[in-house]
Design a protein around this ligand. Sequence first.
Ligand SMILES: Nc1ncnc2c1ncn2[C@@H]1O[C@H](COP(=O)(O)OP(=O)(O)OP(=O)(O)O)[C@@H](O)[C@H]1O
Ligand SMILES: C[C@@](O)(CCO)CC(=O)[O-]
Ligand SMILES: [Mg+2]
Length: 396
Amino acid sequence: MPSYFTSSPGKVILFGEHAVVYGKVATAGSLGLRSYSLVQTRTDRAIGVSLPDVQLTRTWAMNDIPRQARWEGYPYPPPMNEALLEQLAKIVNLGTQTNRSQAAIALMYLHSHLTTDEIADKGYDFSVRSNLPVGAGLGSSASYSVCVATALLKLNGHLAVGMDAIAQRDLVNQWSFQAEKVIHGNPSGIDNTVSTFGGAVMFKKGEKIEPLPGFQSLRFLLTNTRVPRETQVQVANVRKLWEKFPTVVNPMLDAINEISASCKDLFSQQGLERAHLLTQFGELVDVNHGLLAALGVSHPSLEKVREISSKLGLKSKLTGAGGGGCALTLIRDDVSTETVAVVKQLLEAEGFNCMETSVGGPGAGILTLNGPTSITEFLSHEKAYFEQGLDWKYFV
Ligand SMILES: Nc1ncnc2c1ncn2[C@@H]1O[C@H](COP(=O)(O)OP(=O)(O)OP(=O)(O)O)[C@@H](O)[C@H]1O
Ligand SMILES: C[C@@](O)(CCO)CC(=O)[O-]
Ligand SMILES: [Mg+2]
């Protein structure tokens, strides 16, 4: 049996986080930071799981994990099975609401539906490591979910030869959304969609994504405040506010929707000077952050990033679920290297972590290797190892 490496990117939301959960349009792009997974069969009917980023190494006996009978629409996902989730939480037995347990339950939920008799008879090892910070707003959960979905679909032969690239990605996207539901509760699907398809896109729940050409040329500084938070909790807090004051919150969500619409207008205006485009883009960044702060998802650390960057004339907003995690700062073309260095220095003096990035790279990919590979070796190598000279297939 071959082994499969899979890889999928994190994401950055430029405009529209939270509002997207309520059916509004959001704008997002894939990041250069990615997660990588390795899956390969065993011979002893066990599932060996190694997730060092959440400190989990554990082996389960195949017979201990229930498998679902085939359903209508197989291999596309059936509606979420809450009873199965509860059952898996008990079997996995890693406590509730911990990073490790959510990751393991998401994996087992997909395993339970996707594992064929042939693979169940052998067992498999599954391992993930990521260059993304976990729980910082850069879509680590979605990137993990896409790796799980791609690996299990491929291992079990569901990404059949003859299925075109779009159909394959669509299947991965649907299953990674299920895994995101296990981790998040009520995700919009934007994170797994961007991680699966890559690129820079406008996203609205239930609609086809719309590519946004031109975004690849934008430069951003990402600042991880290192303040931990959980997306599920931030999303639930906004929901409480919305339930309490719907007439106040709905117009705010509509305003956020219009930010993505205005952004799209900016990029489609023929002849608009780039300097003007970037200035207006920055203004939208500012307005979006203000609305998110009003929804209660900012944090003193994120306000600190805004204070420092605005002193040097730069616009920042929180990105992802907020409450800590990461902020995004637009680097206009006229901003000097020295200014960027000063901003970074000031932010890092606060204990934050900075990295420059662009958005819009490739989505999920698979690399098929002949024969077994050592997981230890896989885990001991850095990202570059996987990207050098290897023939990744991005489903194209
Ligand atoms: N490398 C990884 N290995 C295993 N599990 C992971 C990994 N990365 C993320 N996870 C899972 O995702 C959870 C973090 O998800 P969460 O949605 O709170 O943060 P995020 O995805 O980084 O941020 P956001 O959703 O705002 O972009 C972890 O608790 C863990 O269950
Ligand atoms: C906060 C949120 O809008 C984005 C998290 O990256 C949640 C979601 O869309 O699922
Ligand atoms: Mg997430």
